[in-house]
Design a protein around this ligand. Structure first.
Ligand code: GDP
Ligand code: MG
Length: 439
């Protein structure tokens, strides 16, 4: 999706004036891109209609930067499609707050139950209890108990002989006794939508009266995810959706369709198998990511957890002003390393997904050391102002770092491209500022 949209965006970005023909061409491309990304057909149709209406309206024609204005509209409509503003997690008037997790087998319910409990404790300082209500596979109970041990959190289970409804009821009593403030119920799934399962889930729902019912959906299943979401929602009236495996989904089709079809917000996104890889879902940022502008905000947020905040802010400013140097690049790589898997982070850097070369260089830890070696072989002056690095300097740097001249050339070229991308992004953001005055 990103690639396709980017081509169109590149075309339209520099334009001084956008004609109706341009808009037509662009919306056609966007439409194809969305369909290719497996977005629901009806959703695409409505989306294009909205964009067209706004794009041929005065909003664009009278703007100083019509091309950017069109992009802005696409972005706004995209994020609107995914839910507009981000939503919060419920808190019951009287604890415990009850969250029921539902979804198909393999969607990621059990894992996400653990992740959510972890997030509730870490971010909101809550005391959660996990409840093993999937009694059909003994392994499912073990899985949750293992998660509980890893997190050092209480797990309520009663083996496979007690009914899920009784387990849920007993867990509620226990949580009250122990003054825990969240109860997360991990329920059973099936491979397909199934009447018995729904019946059981409805019974649990009627007994414990959950404050939230989160439908866990596998993003990799694309259009199927939308159908699943629709039928679960019909039966259970879920309160929100958690989209898992977004780390493996390059198309983003499910994220785009689910809100539109079920009218339920996507609240969280699973970004990997580890217990800290659950993020609050930000429609606006997802829209940026889909549009290939990179998810600077998420990156900064992640950085703040691991890096000194002030330093992160400085780097952010530098990125925005596109004034950063090889020294900053070096430092950033060091920090990025601290933060976690590189490929995951790289997706968030503006334009990085466009630079296949850079991506390959960075994913491999060994390669990253090579990049560091090259930068370290540059003089302070060269790092500040790469434009002075001529052929003989390149040769010297290659020798000093033990890399080839073409390695050096490639890195410098990639660095230039990255700066260009950042500049573009900054311009785009300033365009927004100019129009709205603030934000
Ligand atoms: P359940 O049957 O719905 O309870 O699903 P599980 O929680 O057992 O998860 C099924 C598989 O998906 C496991 O191997 C998980 O590690 C994996 N999984 C869950 N969430 C994510 C995610 O966000 N990203 C990735 N890559 N894998 C995930
Ligand atoms: Mg499970």
């Amino acid at each position: 999706l990103a690639d396709r949209l980017q081509n169109t965006i590149q075309k339209i970005k520099g334009k001084g004036k956008v004609t109706e023909q341009d808009v037509k061409e662009m919306t056609r491309e966007v439409r194809l891109a969305l369909l290719e990304a497996d977005v629901n057909f009806k959703v695409v149709k409505d989306f294009i209609k909205k964009v067209k209406e706004r794009a041929v309206g005065e909003e664009v024609m009278e703007s100083l930067t019509p091309g950017q204005q069109v992009i802005k509209i696409v972005k706004e409509e995209l994020s609107g499609l995914m839910g507009g503003d981000e939503s919060k997690i419920a808190v019951a008037d009287r604890p415990p707050t009850v969250i029921m997790m539902v979804g198909l087998q393999g969607a990621g319910k059990t894992t996400t139950t653990g992740k959510l409990a972890n997030l509730l404790r870490k971010k909101y300082n809550r005391k959660p209890m996990l409840v093993a209500a999937d009694i059909y596979r003994p392994a499912a109970i073990d899985q949750l108990e293992t998660l509980g041990k890893q997190l050092n959190m209480p797990v309520y289970s009663a083996g496979t002989d007690t009914s899920p409804v009784d387990i849920a009821n007993q867990a509620m009593v226990k949580a009250k006794e122990e003054h825990l403030d969240y109860v997360l119920i991990d329920t059973a799934g099936r491979l397909h939508i199934d009447g018995d399962l729904m019946e059981e889930l409805i019974q649990i729902k009627n007994n414990v009266n959950p404050d939230e019912i989160f439908l866990v959906v596998d993003a990799m299943t694309g259009q199927d995810a939308v159908n699943v979401a629709e039928s679960f929602n019909e039966q259970l009236d879920v309160s929100g959706v958690i989209l898992t495996k977004l780390d493996g989904d390059t198309r983003g089709g499910a994220a785009l369709s689910i809100k539109a079809v079920t009218d339920k917000p996507i609240k969280f996104a699973g970004m990997g198998e580890k217990l800290d890889q659950l993020e609050v879902f930000h429609p606006e940022r997802m829209a940026s990511r889909i549009l290939g502008m990179g998810d600077v905000l998420s990156l900064i947020e992640k950085a703040q957890e691991n890096v000194d905040e002030k330093r992160a802010k400085e780097l952010e400013d530098k990125m925005r002003s596109a004034s950063f140097t090889f020294d900053d690049f070096l430092e950033q790589m060091g920090q990025v390393r601290k933060m976690g898997p590189l490929d995951e982070l790289l997706d968030m850097i503006p334009g990085a997904n466009k630079m296949k070369g850079l991506k390959n260089v960075e994913i491999d830890e060994k390669q990253i050391s090579h990049v560091e070696a090259v930068i370290q072989s540059m003089t302070a002056k060269e790092r500040q102002d790469p434009s002075i690095i001529n052929a003989s300097r390149r040769k010297r740097i290659a020798k000093g770092s033990g890399r080839s001249v073409s390695d050096v050339n490639r890195l410098i070229k990639q660095f230039d491209e990255m700066k260009k991308m950042m500049k573009q992004m900054t311009n785009m953001q300033q365009g927004k500022k100019g129009k709205k005055g603030k934000k």
